[in-house]
Design a protein around this ligand. Sequence first.
Ligand code: GLV
Ligand code: MN
Ligand code: MN
Length: 423
Amino acid sequence: MSTVNSLLAAISGEGRDAKRGGYSRPVYSDAEITLREWFIAEASVRGLEVSTDANGIIWAWWDLPGSAGDDASRKGSLVTGSHLDSVPGGGAFDGPLGVASALAAYDVLAAREASGELVRNRALALAVFPEEEGSRFGVACLGSRLLSGAIDPVKALNLRDAEGNTFADIAAANGLDPARMGRDEKALARIGDFIELHVEQGRGLNTEQYTDAAGRGPAVAVGSSILGHGRWRLSFSGQGNHAGTTLMIDRADPMVAAAQLVLKVREIATAQPDARATVGRLEPVPGGTNVIASRVDIWLDVRHPDDAVTALLVEKIHGQAQKIAAFEGCSVVLTEESLSGTVHFDAALSASLERSVHRLVPDAPALPTGAGHDAGVLAAYLPTGMLYVRNPSGISHSPEEYVEDADAEAGVLALADALEDLL
Ligand code: GLV
Ligand code: MN
Ligand code: MN
């Protein structure tokens, strides 16, 4: 039986990023494809029936004994899983921990069924969702958004990566039929409940209210809610020109405008309780040391528990961007790329998760998170819930993201118990 740690060790060499550090595994890159193949091989060797659906989601089915494995017998099944793509220079656990834990939890449950300890009433599927981070095509949770119909497939197919490839082209190159992508009623009907285990991405489990005398928090938490969040692109346009011949007073430099806005974003978000706003990506065009840029695109990520406040924050930032652009002789255009409202996980499912997890981790708290997940997108369509595994560094989307082996093992057992109670 593989352990979650041996499963993660097997993929630890894939997609390492020598320049940024950590891992860069954008969807349908060589590294992510290798990880998808790894998952398919691990599921197949366990005798699970594996298929990739029209939206690129991989499903590995543990059907009920004697069942035909058809749509009727799989309706309302229990599903667990996560994603294998990463942010640029990300950590080893965001996504892969949930996928490896799903495989390891299956191993625990299969052994319990073989010993007669577990009798199931429904099938279990392990799932891998593509482009959860949106780090290649810009929209996070693209697989679950397509599956549920939360995004118009035409919009999704026209998204472009940094090289200008459309999502349609890349999907087709990976064996998918763009014409078939979009809301999938049959696949949705097969999901009765979805549970996603994930590395905790902040200091939630390390806060004083949860830590013991040694300063150690519980290994696992149950998710309660996800902060509303969205992404916007602000394009500042000015006059591209020569760095040496253009007098300072003659410039319309969009980089100077963008730099001022970055500071305003911090000021505006700091003044609003519970708000988070980030500029993590900036692209000057054409991008030369001795060239005044003609355009600078910056990407804005804004999060707040109250969706109306999120909208207000973006409005304020846009207003400041317009003022700054005018002062600098530039113009600015704001484009919304994605928006997800605050999500509260299904109350009955979360209560069931808490009861199950408390058998193993009696002090496991219910935790909100500021990070987005496929379980958040799917929550609008079916009952979803999440488990988080302690991250001692509290750091994520960085090579320093960390999970201790013992906590990862505890996460698997907690997930297995939670799944058993729902099967
Ligand atoms: C995904 O991890 C996000 O919250 O952006
Ligand atoms: Mn994730
Ligand atoms: Mn992430």
